[in-house]
Design a protein around this ligand. Structure first.
Ligand SMILES: Nc1ncnc2c1ncn2[C@@H]1O[C@H](COP(=O)(O)OP(=O)(O)OP(=O)(O)O)[C@@H](O)[C@H]1O
Ligand SMILES: [Mg+2]
Length: 258
């Protein structure tokens, strides 16, 4: 793990009218590191993730990202075109609902190929071969390449969304409840797959989940949110085995009782 952070966020705050989305959040993420954001419903997880991924301008605070050339860039100071380019190439975003991250009207192959074309690949044969390879990597039978995601199960759609996001070799992937809508057995398999891919590709990821088991399996570090603030932050095993804050203790014990 490099000692230079990939992303540095300071004092990230998002206010919606009278309501606080998230407040004064600091975060450093290093290349190859997986950070989980946990907390109850409404604690500000999605708001924070959207701010960090340049999808929602914070009301205050700064977020710097280390570009591939090593320059540190303020996300919200860069131009729209540069930000879009970053989102298409260097980043991935996995939505809870795959329909939000896929084009449902075009084939599985096109869903993967489109992202490659966005980074300049033009050779049809190579695009198709890469798409086939990625379908295989996410355990979708290659004879489904011409099917539309409409014809896929929920778990298959989620795996296709992951392939579409990872095909360009991003350095940082944002995930909002990536296993949220799936049934338990499908979740376990998907988590295994995600863990394998993330490790193999050396990706950094920020994963929002309300499921502490997901955080335990995927992340090295964890941030616990409550009412928009980060109330506890540390190594995942430490926080889950020996939570310091009463709220985290409650969160951990309520999960253990399930
Ligand atoms: N567009 C919006 N307009 C006004 N308030 C919002 C908006 N989006 C979120 N909020 C408020 O911000 C707070 C944090 O919401 P957020 O969606 O970030 O929570 P969350 O932790 O992702 O919850 P969940 O686990 O239910 O997805 C909540 O009080 C919510 O009502
Ligand atoms: Mg949310």
């Amino acid at each position: 793990m490099s000692d230079q952070p990939l992303m540095t966020a300071r004092g990230v705050t998002k206010i919606y009218g009278e309501r606080i989305g998230c407040e004064a959040v600091d975060l450093d993420i290093h290349p190859g590191e997986i950070v989980a954001i946990v907390g109850e419903s409404g604690s500000g997880k999605t708001t924070l993730l959207n701010c960090l991924s340049a999808r929602l301008a914070p009301s205050a605070g700064s977020i710097d990202y280390r570009m591939r050339d090593g320059r540190l860039q303020d996300l919200y100071a860069m131009g729209e075109a540069e930000r879009r380019f970053l989102m298409r190439t260097d980043w991935g975003f996995v939505h809870q609902n795959p329909a939000d991250g896929l084009r449902m009207g075009v084939s599985a192959g096109a869903n993967v190929g489109e992202r490659l074309m966005a980074v300049g690949e033009r050779h049809y044969g190579r695009i198709r071969d890469t798409a086939l390879d990625w379908l295989e990597r996410v355990e979708i039978s290659t004879d489904r390449i011409d099917d539309r995601p409409n014809a896929f199960s929920g778990g298959m759609r989620q795996r296709l969304q992951i392939a579409r996001n990872l095909v360009t070799g991003p350095r940082l992937v944002f995930m909002d409840e990536p296993t949220g809508g799936l049934d338990v057995s499908v979740q376990a398999r998907l988590l295994d797959l995600l863990r394998g891919l993330v490790g193999e590709l050396g990706l950094a990821a920020i994963v929002v989940t309300h499921d502490l088991a997901v955080a335990r399996l995927l992340s090295q570090r964890i941030m616990v949110m409550k009412d928009g603030r980060v109330i506890e932050h540390g190594l995942t095993d430490r926080v889950l085995d020996d939570p310091r804050e009463p709220y985290t203790q409650l969160l951990v014990s309520s999960i253990l009782q399930v």
